[in-house]
Ligand binder design. Structure first.
Ligand SMILES: *Cc1c(COP(=O)(O)O)cnc(C)c1O
Length: 373
C-alpha cells in the first residue's frame, strides 16, 4: 500500500501516559477514568460523561437507560455504520429507517414525522461523516412529539452547528474512540448527558449493576461489564488535550483535497453547509453522474491495485442480509440512500497525511476516472 485509508496519530506523550498507568497499581477503575470523563464532558459542554468500552456499547446503554426494548421502535438512518441500528436491535427494539437528505447525507428531517407511531420511543440521528446539518430541525420534531433524541455523534467529535457542539443536541450524545476516529483510546466510547439519573443509570449498567456507594459485591440491577480501563483513559486524556491540533491538521488535509478536486465535474466533493463546522472524520467524494455508479466498485478496485487504500462508506444498512431477512427490507425502500451508497469513494484521510500524498491520491483518482468514465 502506498497510501493508507487511516492511521492513528500517537505521540511520545500518549506513550508516556500509558506507561505511567502501567507502572501504577490502578489499571482499571483508577483516577484516569474520572479524569477522562470530566475532561470530555467539559470539552463538549455537558454535565456528565460515562466512558465505556466502545461507541456501540455507549449507544446500547442509552437504549437500556431509556428502557427501550421489545415492541419499541427507534427512528434512525439507513446511511451509517452498522453499530447505530445494531444498538437498537440488541436492545430488542426495531430500527425504523427514514431516507436521507441527499446533500447532508443525514436523516431527512422532513420525512421523520410520517414514521412516528404509538410505538416510537426515540429518534437516533447520526452526524454522518461529522456533518451536523439538520440537527436543529431533528430536535424540534423530537420535542414536538415528546421523544428523546439519542445522538450518534460518533463521527462528529468537535463539529458544531451554529456554534452548538455535536453531542449536545440529544438527551444523550455518544462518541467512539476506535483508531480511525478523530481521537482514539484503542477501543472505547463515551456517553454524555445533562441528566444525573440517566448518567448514574449508565454508570451502573456498565459496571455489573453496581450502585453509587454500594459495595463491590452488591448489585442493584442487572448490569454487564462495559468498562473502559485506565490504560485506555490515559491515552484518551492526551489525545483529547490535542483536539485543537488534531482538528486543524484534518481541516488542512480536507482543504488540500478540496482545492485539488475542485471543478472536476465527475465528482461531488464534500464541503461545509451553512452554519456547520465539520470536524473532519473521513473524506468521502461521490460520483456525480448516475451513469457512473455502476463503475464505482471497479474504480475502488483499481485504486487499491494502484496502492491507494479507499473504501465504500457505507453500504445501505437496511440491505445487510440479516436486516433484510428479519424485517423484509428490500432494494428500492430508501432510494436516496441506495443511490448515495453506490456513489461513494472514501479517500485516505488522517492527521499526518502529507500534501504530496494527497496530490498522489488525487492523481490516481483522476487517472482512474479518465479510464472508466
Ligand atoms: C464508529 C461509530 C460507532 C461506534 O463504533 P465502535 O467501533 O463501537 O466504537 C457508532 N456509530 C457510528 C456512526 C460510527 O461511525
Amino acid at each position: 500500500m502506498r497510501v493508507y485509508l487511516s492511521r492513528p496519530d500517537i505521540t511520545e506523550k500518549e506513550i508516556e501516559a500509558v506507561c505511567e498507568v502501567l507502572r501504577s497499581p490502578n489499571l482499571s477503575l483508577g483516577p484516569k477514568l474520572p479524569e477522562f470523563e470530566n475532561a470530555f464532558a467539559k470539552y463538549i459542554g455537558r454535565k456528565r460523561a460515562v466512558a465505556v468500552n466502545s461507541g456501540t456499547s455507549g449507544l446500547f446503554l442509552c437504549m437500556l437507560a431509556l428502557e427501550i426494548g421489545l415492541g419499541d421502535e427507534v427512528i434512525t438512518t439507513p446511511f451509517t455504520f452498522i453499530a447505530t441500528s445494531n444498538s437498537v436491535m440488541m436492545a430488542g427494539a426495531k430500527p425504523v429507517f427514514v431516507d436521507i437528505d441527499p446533500v447532508s447525507l443525514n436523516i431527512d428531517p422532513q420525512k421523520i414525522e410520517s414514521k412516528i407511531t404509538a410505538n416510537t420511543r426515540a429518534i437516533l440521528p447520526v452526524e454522518v461523516f461529522g456533518n451536523p446539518a439538520g440537527f436543529d430541525r431533528i430536535c424540534e420534531i423530537a420535542r414536538k412529539h415528546n421523544l428523546p433524541v439519542i445522538e450518534d455523534s460518533c463521527e462528529a467529535l468537535g463539529s458544531a452547528l451554529n456554534g452548538k457542539m455535536a453531542g449536545t443536541f440529544g438527551t444523550f450524545g455518544t462518541f467512539a474512540f476506535y483508531p480511525n476516529k478523530q481521537i482514539t483510546t484503542g477501543e472505547g466510547g463515551i456517553i454524555l448527558t445533562d441528566d444525573d439519573n440517566l448518567a448514574d443509570m449508565c454508570a451502573s449498567l456498565r459496571n455489573q449493576g453496581r450502585g453509587k456507594g454500594g459495595g463491590w459485591l452488591s448489585h442493584q440491577r442487572l448490569g454487564y461489564n462495559y468498562r473502559l480501563s485506565d490504560i485506555n483513559c490515559a491515552l484518551g486524556i492526551v489525545q483529547l488535550s490535542r483536539i485543537d491540533e488534531i482538528k486543524a491538521k484534518r481541516r488542512q488535509v480536507a482543504k488540500w483535497y478540496q482545492e485539488i478536486l475542485a471543478g472536476d465535474k465527475r465528482l461531488i466533493v464534500p464541503a461545509e453547509q451553512k452554519g456547520c463546522e465539520i470536524s473532519w472524520f473521513v473524506f468521502v467524494v461521490r460520483l456525480a453522474e448516475e451513469s457512473a455508479l455502476k463503475k464505482r466498485d471497479k474504480i475502488l478496485e483499481e485504486m487499491r491495485n494502484d496502492g491507494i487504500q479507499v473504501s465504500n462508506y457505507f453500504p445501505p444498512v437496511h440491505l445487510q442480509p440479516f436486516m433484510a431477512e428479519r424485517f423484509g427490507y428490500k432494494e428500492g425502500d430508501f432510494p436516496i440512500t441506495e443511490a448515495v451508497c453506490k456513489s461513494t469513494i472514501a479517500l485516505p484521510f488522517y492527521n499526518n497525511l502529507t500534501k504530496d500524498e494527497v496530490a498522489l491520491v488525487c492523481r490516481e483518482l483522476k487517472k482512474t476516472l479518465d479510464k472508466n468514465l
